[in-house]
Design a protein around this ligand. Structure first.
Ligand code: UFG
Length: 326
């Protein structure tokens, strides 16, 4: 049994690769290195530089390594970019995943774990958002992830494929002891941007709106530690292999933090001021996204034990002390 990790040189994928290897799982990483980092792939994993849309190559890699499960992290993730330039999100997230599934089905890979997102819900009717809330994405990023989930549902009904879509809320934090952290180019996410502003590695943080209908006027998000997300993938893979995994699950901490609270935590833990300016709202942002992750708790026994804001920001700060983070 070998796990194929597509996008395994990226932020969440690299943490999952390490978590799988920790449990003795043979791992093959596929990454085109368009945004991933080769040096995060440990020597214990076999590395293939390839595009997931190359279905023939994907089928061959699966056959060569006796792959029984694929986990897909590859894709475009920036909400703002998805609004301004949606075709790249549709091409990569939908087109790329459709092609990947061609290869996986041809190779008869029976298990698939898909990185989905809270963005499938759009503006929630109920907070915390339950696992069975109505999906109404408000931006193309969320729409592309929901489209893939729908495709997977049809495929699993028709073909010998069991899958789960893990709907991440805000992946954050790092594993500084392993040199793993969040390194996007350009970086659009709040916590690394706030840290970089505090350390003088960028200009002032832009806070996107202080007139939201939230207690302090800034957006509220559910930050979940990336190592907790990695645990959930390992548990989901085991559940799929047992034949008892739900098709979609939220992965969040059930706690919401505002942008101002995140900034306060960065300032407190770093002892530095986060220079900032308040600007207009970012198109596509909902005011509040907080998860109820009941299904992951019940079906997987998942507990996001590291997902406090102090632990997340503390680990991210420690990662930023690493020269690789610069
Ligand atoms: N924000 C700022 N300034 C920044 C960056 C972000 O004010 O420089 C604000 C955003 O407006 C938002 C919050 O900080 O209110 C968090 O923004 P992020 O860009 O860090 O994260 P998002 O909530 O936009 O998106 C992330 C992932 C998505 C996922 C979503 C689910 O990138 O893939 O979480 O909650 F869908």
């Amino acid at each position: 049994m070998t796990a194929l990790v597509i996008g395994g040189a990226g932020y969440v994928g690299s943490h999952v690769v390490h978590a799988l290897l920790d449990r003795g799982e043979p791992v093959v990483v596929v990454d085109d290195l368009s945004s991933g980092h080769r040096e995060t792939v440990p020597a214990a994993a076999h590395f293939v530089q390839a595009d997931m849309a190359d279905s023939v190559r994907m089928a061959r890699v699966c056959a060569e390594h006796a792959v029984d499960a694929a986990l897909c992290f590859a894709g475009k993730i920036e909400v703002g970019e998805s609004v301004k330039d949606p075709r790249r999100h549709w091409r990569t997230n939908v087109g790329g995943t459709v092609a990947l599934l061609e290869g996986l089905l041809d190779a008869r890979v029976p298990h698939f774990v898909f990185s989905s997102t809270a963005a499938v819900y759009g503006t929630p009717e109920v907070v915390p958002i339950p696992d069975d809330a109505t999906e109404r994405p408000t931006n193309p990023y969320g729409a592309t992830k929901l489209a893939v989930e729908r495709m997977l549902g049809a495929y699993a009904d028709a073909y010998p494929l069991a899958y789960t879509a893990l709907r991440y809320f805000n992946a954050a934090g790092a594993d500084p002891a392993r040199g793993l952290g969040e390194r996007h180019d350009p970086e659009t996410h709040l916590i690394p941007n706030a840290i970089r502003a505090a350390l003088g590695l960028r200009g002032p943080l832009e806070v996107f709106g202080d007139d939201w209908p939230t207690p302090d006027g800034t957006c509220v998000r559910d930050y979940v530690h990336v190592s907790d997300l990695a645990d959930a993938h390992v548990l989901a893979l085991a559940a799929l292999r047992r034949g008892e995994c739900p098709r979609a699950m939220n992965l969040g901490s059930t706690a919401g933090s505002s942008v101002n609270e995140v900034i306060g935590t960065v300032e407190h833990l770093s002892g530095k001021v986060v220079p900032r300016r308040y600007v207009a709202r970012r198109p596509g942002d909902p005011a509040v996204l907080v998860a109820a992750s009941a299904r992951a708790t019940t079906a997987l026994g998942w507990q996001p034990s590291r997902s406090t804001l102090d632990r997340i920001v503390g680990d991210a700060l420690a990662w930023h002390a690493n020269p690789l983070a610069r």
